[in-house]
Ligand binder design. Structure first.
Ligand code: PLP
Length: 227
Protein backbone atom coordinates (compact mmCIF):
# COMPACT_ATOMS: atom_id res chain seq x y z
CA UNK A 1 0.00 0.00 0.00
CA UNK A 2 1.20 3.51 -0.78
CA UNK A 3 1.06 6.25 1.85
CA UNK A 4 -1.85 7.77 -0.03
CA UNK A 5 -3.89 4.60 -0.15
CA UNK A 6 -3.22 3.93 3.54
CA UNK A 7 -4.25 7.48 4.47
CA UNK A 8 -7.35 7.25 2.26
CA UNK A 9 -8.33 3.96 3.84
CA UNK A 10 -7.84 5.39 7.36
CA UNK A 11 -9.96 8.47 6.65
CA UNK A 12 -12.75 6.42 5.05
CA UNK A 13 -12.66 4.12 8.06
CA UNK A 14 -12.70 7.07 10.50
CA UNK A 15 -15.68 8.61 8.73
CA UNK A 16 -17.59 5.31 8.69
CA UNK A 17 -16.91 4.66 12.37
CA UNK A 18 -18.06 8.13 13.39
CA UNK A 19 -21.13 7.91 11.14
CA UNK A 20 -22.10 4.52 12.53
CA UNK A 21 -21.67 5.72 16.12
CA UNK A 22 -23.89 8.68 15.28
CA UNK A 23 -26.54 6.28 14.00
CA UNK A 24 -26.11 7.50 10.42
CA UNK A 25 -24.11 4.80 8.59
CA UNK A 26 -23.18 5.71 4.99
CA UNK A 27 -24.64 9.20 5.41
CA UNK A 28 -21.42 11.21 5.37
CA UNK A 29 -19.50 12.17 2.24
CA UNK A 30 -15.78 12.85 1.99
CA UNK A 31 -14.61 15.95 0.15
CA UNK A 32 -10.88 15.61 -0.55
CA UNK A 33 -9.30 19.06 -0.22
CA UNK A 34 -6.71 19.22 -2.99
CA UNK A 35 -5.50 22.84 -2.68
CA UNK A 36 -1.73 23.11 -3.35
CA UNK A 37 -1.68 19.49 -4.59
CA UNK A 38 -0.83 18.63 -8.18
CA UNK A 39 -3.22 17.20 -10.75
CA UNK A 40 -1.19 13.97 -10.53
CA UNK A 41 -1.92 13.71 -6.80
CA UNK A 42 -5.62 14.26 -7.49
CA UNK A 43 -5.49 11.58 -10.21
CA UNK A 44 -3.85 9.14 -7.79
CA UNK A 45 -6.63 9.63 -5.25
CA UNK A 46 -9.29 9.43 -7.97
CA UNK A 47 -7.78 6.08 -9.01
CA UNK A 48 -8.50 4.83 -5.48
CA UNK A 49 -12.15 5.75 -5.88
CA UNK A 50 -12.45 9.33 -4.57
CA UNK A 51 -14.66 11.52 -6.78
CA UNK A 52 -15.25 14.83 -4.95
CA UNK A 53 -12.45 17.39 -4.65
CA UNK A 54 -12.31 20.83 -3.02
CA UNK A 55 -10.24 23.84 -4.07
CA UNK A 56 -9.73 27.24 -2.43
CA UNK A 57 -8.80 29.25 -5.50
CA UNK A 58 -10.81 29.54 -8.71
CA UNK A 59 -7.79 29.56 -11.02
CA UNK A 60 -6.18 26.52 -9.38
CA UNK A 61 -9.48 24.65 -9.62
CA UNK A 62 -9.89 25.59 -13.29
CA UNK A 63 -6.45 24.26 -14.13
CA UNK A 64 -6.90 20.94 -12.35
CA UNK A 65 -10.36 20.42 -13.76
CA UNK A 66 -8.95 20.99 -17.26
CA UNK A 67 -6.02 18.65 -16.65
CA UNK A 68 -8.37 15.91 -15.43
CA UNK A 69 -11.31 16.58 -17.73
CA UNK A 70 -11.45 12.98 -18.99
CA UNK A 71 -12.36 11.82 -15.47
CA UNK A 72 -15.82 12.13 -13.99
CA UNK A 73 -14.94 14.20 -10.91
CA UNK A 74 -16.99 16.64 -8.84
CA UNK A 75 -15.33 19.99 -8.04
CA UNK A 76 -16.21 22.14 -5.01
CA UNK A 77 -15.05 25.70 -4.37
CA UNK A 78 -14.46 26.05 -0.62
CA UNK A 79 -12.38 29.26 -0.51
CA UNK A 80 -13.56 32.87 -0.29
CA UNK A 81 -14.98 34.02 -3.62
CA UNK A 82 -14.34 37.53 -4.95
CA UNK A 83 -17.01 39.03 -7.20
CA UNK A 84 -14.64 39.40 -10.13
CA UNK A 85 -13.99 35.63 -10.06
CA UNK A 86 -17.64 34.63 -9.92
CA UNK A 87 -17.93 34.22 -13.69
CA UNK A 88 -15.06 31.74 -13.87
CA UNK A 89 -16.26 29.95 -10.74
CA UNK A 90 -19.76 29.51 -12.17
CA UNK A 91 -18.34 27.58 -15.11
CA UNK A 92 -15.56 25.66 -13.36
CA UNK A 93 -17.27 24.16 -10.32
CA UNK A 94 -20.15 21.82 -9.55
CA UNK A 95 -20.55 23.22 -6.04
CA UNK A 96 -19.70 26.55 -4.42
CA UNK A 97 -19.61 26.18 -0.62
CA UNK A 98 -18.52 29.74 0.17
CA UNK A 99 -21.64 31.75 -0.75
CA UNK A 100 -21.90 34.50 1.86
CA UNK A 101 -23.50 37.58 0.29
CA UNK A 102 -26.39 38.27 -2.12
CA UNK A 103 -24.11 39.87 -4.68
CA UNK A 104 -22.19 36.60 -5.09
CA UNK A 105 -25.43 34.67 -5.53
CA UNK A 106 -26.52 37.08 -8.29
CA UNK A 107 -23.16 36.84 -10.06
CA UNK A 108 -23.01 33.03 -9.90
CA UNK A 109 -26.61 32.70 -11.08
CA UNK A 110 -26.07 35.11 -13.98
CA UNK A 111 -22.90 33.41 -15.17
CA UNK A 112 -23.81 29.74 -14.75
CA UNK A 113 -23.68 28.41 -18.33
CA UNK A 114 -27.16 27.25 -19.46
CA UNK A 115 -25.56 24.09 -20.84
CA UNK A 116 -24.61 23.00 -17.32
CA UNK A 117 -26.92 21.70 -14.58
CA UNK A 118 -27.78 24.18 -11.81
CA UNK A 119 -24.84 25.09 -9.58
CA UNK A 120 -25.10 23.55 -6.11
CA UNK A 121 -24.49 26.15 -3.41
CA UNK A 122 -23.95 26.15 0.33
CA UNK A 123 -24.29 29.25 2.47
CA UNK A 124 -21.12 29.78 4.49
CA UNK A 125 -21.90 30.89 8.05
CA UNK A 126 -19.36 32.71 10.22
CA UNK A 127 -20.54 30.74 13.23
CA UNK A 128 -17.93 32.07 15.67
CA UNK A 129 -18.35 35.69 14.58
CA UNK A 130 -14.69 36.06 13.75
CA UNK A 131 -13.71 39.42 12.26
CA UNK A 132 -11.14 37.88 9.97
CA UNK A 133 -13.38 35.21 8.50
CA UNK A 134 -15.64 35.13 5.49
CA UNK A 135 -19.15 33.79 5.89
CA UNK A 136 -22.41 35.52 6.71
CA UNK A 137 -23.85 36.08 10.17
CA UNK A 138 -26.43 33.49 11.26
CA UNK A 139 -29.14 36.17 11.11
CA UNK A 140 -28.31 36.83 7.43
CA UNK A 141 -28.98 33.26 6.27
CA UNK A 142 -32.66 33.99 5.47
CA UNK A 143 -31.84 36.81 3.05
CA UNK A 144 -29.35 34.60 1.24
CA UNK A 145 -31.85 31.76 1.06
CA UNK A 146 -34.46 33.97 -0.60
CA UNK A 147 -31.91 35.33 -3.06
CA UNK A 148 -30.81 31.80 -4.03
CA UNK A 149 -34.41 30.62 -4.44
CA UNK A 150 -35.08 33.38 -6.99
CA UNK A 151 -32.69 31.81 -9.50
CA UNK A 152 -33.16 28.56 -11.40
CA UNK A 153 -29.47 28.28 -12.24
CA UNK A 154 -28.42 27.78 -8.61
CA UNK A 155 -29.72 25.16 -6.15
CA UNK A 156 -29.58 25.61 -2.38
CA UNK A 157 -28.12 22.42 -0.86
CA UNK A 158 -27.28 23.55 2.68
CA UNK A 159 -24.73 25.20 4.93
CA UNK A 160 -20.98 25.29 5.44
CA UNK A 161 -18.84 26.50 8.35
CA UNK A 162 -15.21 26.78 9.36
CA UNK A 163 -15.38 27.16 13.17
CA UNK A 164 -12.43 28.92 14.79
CA UNK A 165 -9.64 26.44 15.50
CA UNK A 166 -10.30 26.72 19.23
CA UNK A 167 -8.10 24.46 21.31
CA UNK A 168 -11.13 23.88 23.49
CA UNK A 169 -13.17 20.96 22.19
CA UNK A 170 -16.18 22.23 24.08
CA UNK A 171 -16.15 25.45 22.12
CA UNK A 172 -15.80 23.67 18.81
CA UNK A 173 -18.60 21.26 19.67
CA UNK A 174 -20.77 24.21 20.58
CA UNK A 175 -20.15 25.81 17.17
CA UNK A 176 -20.99 22.53 15.39
CA UNK A 177 -24.20 22.26 17.43
CA UNK A 178 -25.27 25.77 16.52
CA UNK A 179 -24.69 24.94 12.84
CA UNK A 180 -26.78 21.80 13.19
CA UNK A 181 -29.69 23.81 14.60
CA UNK A 182 -29.54 26.27 11.69
CA UNK A 183 -29.30 23.35 9.27
CA UNK A 184 -32.28 21.47 10.72
CA UNK A 185 -34.45 24.59 10.49
CA UNK A 186 -33.51 25.01 6.84
CA UNK A 187 -33.89 21.32 5.92
CA UNK A 188 -37.36 21.28 7.48
CA UNK A 189 -38.43 24.01 5.02
CA UNK A 190 -36.64 22.96 1.84
CA UNK A 191 -36.45 19.32 0.73
CA UNK A 192 -33.41 19.93 -1.51
CA UNK A 193 -31.35 20.97 1.53
CA UNK A 194 -29.32 17.86 2.43
CA UNK A 195 -25.75 19.02 3.08
CA UNK A 196 -24.09 20.28 6.24
CA UNK A 197 -20.40 20.80 5.46
CA UNK A 198 -18.22 20.97 8.56
CA UNK A 199 -15.18 19.20 9.99
CA UNK A 200 -11.60 19.00 8.68
CA UNK A 201 -8.62 16.68 9.26
CA UNK A 202 -8.38 17.49 12.97
CA UNK A 203 -12.02 17.38 13.95
CA UNK A 204 -14.07 15.52 11.36
CA UNK A 205 -15.14 12.80 13.82
CA UNK A 206 -16.48 15.42 16.23
CA UNK A 207 -18.26 17.22 13.37
CA UNK A 208 -19.91 13.96 12.27
CA UNK A 209 -21.02 13.26 15.85
CA UNK A 210 -22.71 16.69 15.79
CA UNK A 211 -24.43 16.22 12.43
CA UNK A 212 -22.05 16.90 9.51
CA UNK A 213 -23.07 15.21 6.25
CA UNK A 214 -19.91 16.24 4.37
CA UNK A 215 -16.40 16.62 5.78
CA UNK A 216 -13.57 18.50 4.07
CA UNK A 217 -10.28 16.70 4.57
CA UNK A 218 -6.89 17.73 3.17
CA UNK A 219 -3.76 17.03 5.19
CA UNK A 220 -5.00 13.73 6.70
CA UNK A 221 -5.12 12.43 3.11
CA UNK A 222 -2.22 14.12 1.34
CA UNK A 223 0.11 14.88 4.25
CA UNK A 224 0.99 18.31 5.66
CA UNK A 225 0.82 21.22 3.22
CA UNK A 226 4.03 22.93 2.29
CA UNK A 227 5.90 19.97 3.76
C1 PLP B 1 -7.72 23.75 3.74
C2 PLP B 1 -9.16 23.61 4.07
C3 PLP B 1 -9.69 22.40 4.55
C4 PLP B 1 -8.84 21.17 4.84
O1 PLP B 1 -8.02 21.37 5.93
P1 PLP B 1 -7.14 20.15 6.53
O2 PLP B 1 -6.86 20.58 7.90
O3 PLP B 1 -5.94 20.04 5.67
O4 PLP B 1 -7.98 18.93 6.47
C5 PLP B 1 -11.06 22.33 4.79
N1 PLP B 1 -11.87 23.38 4.57
C6 PLP B 1 -11.40 24.56 4.10
C7 PLP B 1 -12.34 25.68 3.88
C8 PLP B 1 -10.04 24.71 3.85
O5 PLP B 1 -9.58 25.90 3.41
Amino acid sequence: MTNLSRAFHDVIQGIENAARQAGRPNAVRLLAVSKTRTADEVAALAALGQTAFGENYVQEGLEKRAALRTQDLEWHLIGHLQSNKAKDAAAAFDWVQSVDRPRIVEALARHRPPSMPPLNVLIQVNIDDEQSKSGCRPEDVDVLVSTILMHGSVTLRGLMAIPSPAPSLTRRRDAFQRMKMLFDALAAQYPQVDTLSMGMSEDYALAIAEGATLVRVGSALFGPRGG
